[in-house]
Write a protein that binds this ligand. Structure first.
Ligand SMILES: Cc1cc2nc3c(=O)[nH]c(=O)nc-3n(C[C@H](O)[C@H](O)[C@H](O)COP(=O)(O)O)c2cc1C
Length: 183
């Protein structure tokens, strides 16, 4: 953090965010090293600083220990079983529908919170994988996790120290994504 102004002035210190944005990869295999509760708290702290429409902060998070009974039951609810069971910790991300003001915008806010977790984890040398396939069994997962009334699962994030070697990301050429403005 910039000590002069509490981090508010951008561009004064080297910005490493670009390295994280481009260098982060989905990590699906983890070492045996534990992920501490403090680290999970730090990730969730990063998540709750995400922007949200009307600043309604509709996200909710559940920390789940890796390798335990709950994680094993979760792993049996997705075809990414190995990723879930191999993770040293999991964070289930929910949308609190009681706090919602607009479904699309609220889901985008939850996505921003998730990305904050992925990038902050990368900064802490942790690997993560955003898991969406498990939403095919959303109701069963919510029931297993005893999700509070009105909390809808939007993602599960697998976390651990990367066992995989570094690999290059794959993206279409940048031009693919550019839509020209009207003449
Ligand atoms: C909404 C969403 C859902 C995803 N679901 C899964 C999933 O269920 N299983 C998985 O292994 N990866 C999942 N991913 C990770 C993507 O496969 C990954 O981000 C993409 O292939 C690009 O690779 P990279 O993250 O390494 O850059 C998901 C990513 C997003 C954003």
């Amino acid at each position: 953090m910039n000590p002069v102004n509490g981090g508010l002035c951008k561009g004064v210190e080297p910005v490493e965010i670009r390295e994280a944005v481009e260098g982060r990869r989905s990590i699906r295999e983890y070492t045996d090293d534990a992920v501490s509760g403090e680290m999970l708290d730090e990730l969730i702290n990063a998540a709750h600083w995400a922007p949200s429409g009307l600043n309604n902060q509709p996200w909710r998070f559940m920390k789940i220990k890796g390798g335990g009974e709950l994680s094993e039951k979760l792993s049996n609810m997705t075809k990414y079983r190995g990723v879930v069971y191999g993770a040293k910790a999991l964070v289930a991300v929910f949308l609190d529908t009681g706090e919602m003001y607009d479904r699309t915008r609220d889901l985008m806010s939850a996505g921003a919170a998730i990305q904050n977790i992925l990038l902050s984890a990368y900064d802490m040398n942790l690997g993560t994988c955003w898991l969406g396939e498990i939403l095919n069994q959303r109701e069963e997962v919510e029931s297993l996790l005893k999700a509070p009334e009105g909390c809808e699962l939007v993602a599960l994030i697998a976390i651990g120290y990367p066992r995989e070697r570094e690999r290059a990301g794959v993206r279409h050429p940048l031009d693919t994504f550019i839509i020209p403005p009207p003449e």
